[in-house]
Design a protein around this ligand. Sequence first.
Ligand code: PGA
Length: 269
Amino acid sequence: MFVNLVMEFRKFNFNLEVKMRKKVIAGNWKMNNDINESQNLVSGIINGLGNDDKCDVIVCPPFTSLNDVNSLIKETQVKLGAQNMYFEESGAYTGEISANMLKAVGCEYVILGHSERRTIFNEIDETINKKIIKATESVLKVIFCIGETLSQREKGTTNDVVRLQLIKGLQDVSEVDLKNIIIAYEPVWAIGTGKTATPEQAQDVHSFIRNLIKENYSSEAAEGIIIQYGGSVNPDNAAELLSQKDIDGALVGGACLKADSFLSIIASV
Ligand code: PGA
């Protein structure tokens, strides 16, 4: 009897935890929008959001707009993220921005390991790992991107690629720090191409990632971690993607550059 009760309680608790994963919709503005355009876009988002807080909303403008966007989102539910940072604290690193600088300008999040950083700017897993460690030490939350290229998917190596990126990126990251990390699964072939992974394809990889977290950390960590999908998410495909069991949100590029389409993705939650 007692054992049954304990089992029931565990099941209840577990379901509660699963349900408690709040969806997170983030907009990655990439190299778009000067200060004026950024102010217009974020104002449109704030006005359209109202008081609805069914999901967390993050905007990631370019560095030059962070300060002005931050002024506009104060007192709202919208949170601020940057698109990159360097792992050193200060010094002779021309062109780089530190975690503390991002925090001082109001950032709560930073995107790290985006495939454009990996391919265009030659960022390797070891560098991304150093950045993740620095960000978490500095109490910045991380949106950590991983994902396979088209040829890797065609060769059937998606899971191997994702596993390696995840393990290397999270090396020496403690379970406590993992609580401040969102994983964004972004198949490279789906980014900016209009080709989205089907909900089933995305769900498969998301559940694989959650399992990896379970193997390398714990069931609790796996159930708690937010795993976003990214890659041509738009108002038409968002609802189906977001209804998958292991898809906890979206990292949106192209479709976040217009307030209306970003808002309808948020509404589909
Ligand atoms: P996309 O970009 O939505 O334009 O495909 C997503 C991303 O790169 O984060």
